[in-house]
Design a protein around this ligand. Structure first.
Ligand code: ADP
Length: 238
């Protein structure tokens, strides 16, 4: 396997609080990797360091062999690392179509095989073509999340970080989302997903990493990790 993202010795302190303490991990080309852990275990901080929102106190983030630790957030996104927020980052006053069109103008990969290069293709893929003319600000919650996925795909990332993508979605919407995300690897997009929902993680991820108090305590095939006594203790014993 080829690692597209590699993290070594990542440490992040906020004043006296250690949010990440020496985390090593890699994301392989074409995989869907899950990251779980109790509240406050450092998951969001990890995403914020990868995307350049926070600089680490120590350690290194490499993207396709290149050190990106000190790059600005827009440079990291320009290198092909996309991100979806729990709240879709759409312009509420613009239409769904206009939002996607603007995102398409920020695409930074030009391979001809990429299937979602136009607003029409993106809206069709996520299933919200009927809402193209609506203002983003009036979309129901589930559709707004799908718009967030379309916006992330429009920039043609090679890795997408999904932070609790199913939070607030009903079962049907969650199934739709799972069906979409599972198609990403075939189009050259690796995925790293944070979520509390173990059912979702089992549907999506072959490999899971568990964080606890800022340290990685497990990393391996999903079923093996979920049966690991250290992991059960974190979730059940406490
Ligand atoms: P998770 O996403 O696993 O719930 P976080 O990464 O959000 O965990 O938080 C890890 C720890 O870092 C928590 O104790 C949290 O309070 C702290 N933390 C996160 N972001 C900041 C920040 N910007 N300033 C200070 N402390 C923070």
């Amino acid at each position: 396997m080829n690692a597209i993202l590699e993290i070594n010795g990542l440490k992040k302190q906020f004043g006296g609080l250690t949010a990440l303490s020496g985390v090593d991990l890699s994301i392989e080309e074409g995989e869907i990797l899950g990251i779980v852990g109790p509240n406050g275990s450092g998951k969001t901080t990890l995403f914020n360091v990868i995307t350049g929102v926070h600089k680490p106190t120590e350690g290194r983030v490499s993207w396709r062999g290149r050190d990106i630790t000190s790059l600005a957030a827009h440079e990291i996104s320009g290198a092909g690392i996309g991100y979806t927020f729990q709240q879709a980052m759409a312009f509420p006053g613009l239409s769904v179509w206009e939002n996607v069109q603007i995102a398409c103008e920020h695409a930074h990969r030009s391979d001809r095989s990429y299937p979602w290069t136009t607003p029409a293709a993106l809206l069709d893929f996520v299933g919200i073509t009927a809402l193209a003319k609506e203002r983003a600000g009036v979309l129901p919650f589930g559709s707004l999340r799908l718009l967030g996925i379309a916006l992330a795909l429009a920039t043609r990332p090679s890795l997408i970080l999904l932070d609790e993508p199913a939070a607030g979605l009903n079962d049907k919407e969650t199934a739709t989302l799972v069906g979409l995300v599972r198609q990403f690897p075939a189009h050259g997009i690796s995925v790293c997903v944070i979520d509390h929902d173990m059912k979702l993680m089992q549907m999506l991820c072959k490999r899971l990493i568990v964080l606890d108090f800022g340290s990685k305590i497990a990393d391996g095939p999903t079923q093996a990790v979920l049966a690991d006594p250290k992991v059960l203790e974190v979730y059940l014993g406490g």
